[in-house]
Design a protein around this ligand. Sequence first.
Ligand SMILES: Cc1ncc(COP(=O)(O)O)c(C=O)c1O
Length: 377
Amino acid sequence: MSAADASTPWSAWRARRPPFQGIHLDNAAAGPSSMAVLQAVAYHARLEAETGAYVAEAAAAPVLAAGQVDIAGLLGVPVAGIAFVESATAALDTMLSAWPLRPGDRVAVTPSEWGPNLRTFRRRGLAIVDLAVDDGGLLDLDALERMLTRTPPAAVALTHVASHRGLVQPVRATAALCRAAGVPLWVDAAQAIGHVDTAVDADVLYCPGRKWLTGPRGVGILAIAERWWDALELEPPAMPPGDWPIVHALQSFEAHIAGRVGLCTAVREHLADGPACIWARLNEVGRLTRATLSGLRGWEVVAAAEDSGAISALRPTDGQDVVAVRARLLAEHGILTTAGLPVRAPGDMTGPLLRVSPQVDCSEESLVALRDALGSF
Ligand SMILES: Cc1ncc(COP(=O)(O)O)c(C=O)c1O
């Protein structure tokens, strides 16, 4: 139902995937993998059983190496700066375990920072300071420049694309200011990779592969710019044998290798589709979503700038229980959405939001179905 019909430009993207049982408007949680990705995962898992897990891993080395080159290109760091980990959460924790920090160091964030990141920063003994934003939640670059000059933090952390609503931070401009001030910029690219341009000259980027890249679950990426490699403090047990690039030493060694092979396959497909075409299409999808859902009784479309990507949010205005609405949409209409609770971005959210995040194959028909279903409750 959510599939674009054969006349739309993204029908080939849809046709490469198993038919979805319903309407998938929840790609910010996890996107649907293609048959090629599913087959690559299954093939590697079978090879492990047939030849031995570590023999199979050695056989997959060229695929993994090529995938790391592709990913390095998407994130704008050298390939030796890429480590496979299990998730964005794992990547951030791994990075912080090696970053040269002292307890009490300050990390500056915007209100839309991914909530669990804040907990991770605090757990690591970092003090959180707030960055100024405009009315729409976008980082105020002038205020940032003043902070970087007067009271520079140990790092600036920015969630590139917010999880809970259409909000894309000016990461490239932020990176330039941070670079000039000698302050590292850590970018949460969980919702950004495969969605917007992530080659933004950040010092650190981290993300999972399961969302807009439509890779398998359980595989994430940590990317660190070369200028920081010598400063990383690796714990001896993390050091692998041999002469490996330093960031590879942060990679998890016992891992879902089949998933990594699948992610490398997904990234190849993403590159073949053309990242810039995908980014433009996802902006278009976001605009279509907000236009189709605006004016719906009992719901307010959360305002978003023109090119805010494909994540949109609806705020209940009649006291509806968003968790219950999300469950009814799925059970009664087969429509998959997210009930976004404030824990996702406690600095920016004042209450639950219904998140709608279609992929490139989004059809107007699927959005109308959502509108009609919400209208019928
Ligand atoms: C902005 C953002 N950061 C981080 C994460 C956490 O990613 P993971 O589940 O791979 O740890 C998410 C997950 O939805 C997210 O939206």
